[in-house]
Unconditional design. Structure first.
Length: 92
């Protein structure tokens, strides 16, 4: 089954699915500043564009197409985007 997720008045949209018991989302984020929280370890990989990310307890860093970051479970993190970007997340 595919689940549609929408956040921040439609500025972030994703499709969720499960593969081999692991939940994933594939989505698009429009330009803006966002704060997300996660219950599981979140492995986010940029597939188009660039995202500035601030994992908990760390400084801001840019992740570009093909690069990834891991956010620890039960935490929140910040994102900044100057242009739209696409991503895929695995929740492990």
């Amino acid at each position: 089954m595919i689940k549609l997720n929408e956040y921040f008045d439609g500025k972030v949209k994703s499709l969720g699915f499960e593969l081999d018991g692991i939940p994933y989302t594939v989505g698009v984020i429009l330009a803006g500043d966002y704060t997300f929280s996660t219950e599981k370890n979140e492995h986010i990989q940029v597939v188009a564009g660039e995202i500035e990310i601030k994992p908990p307890g760390n400084a801001w860093k840019k992740i570009k197409k093909g690069e990834a970051a891991v956010i620890p479970a039960k935490s929140s993190f910040d994102l900044k985007l100057k242009k739209p970007a696409a991503y895929i997340c695995a929740y492990k």
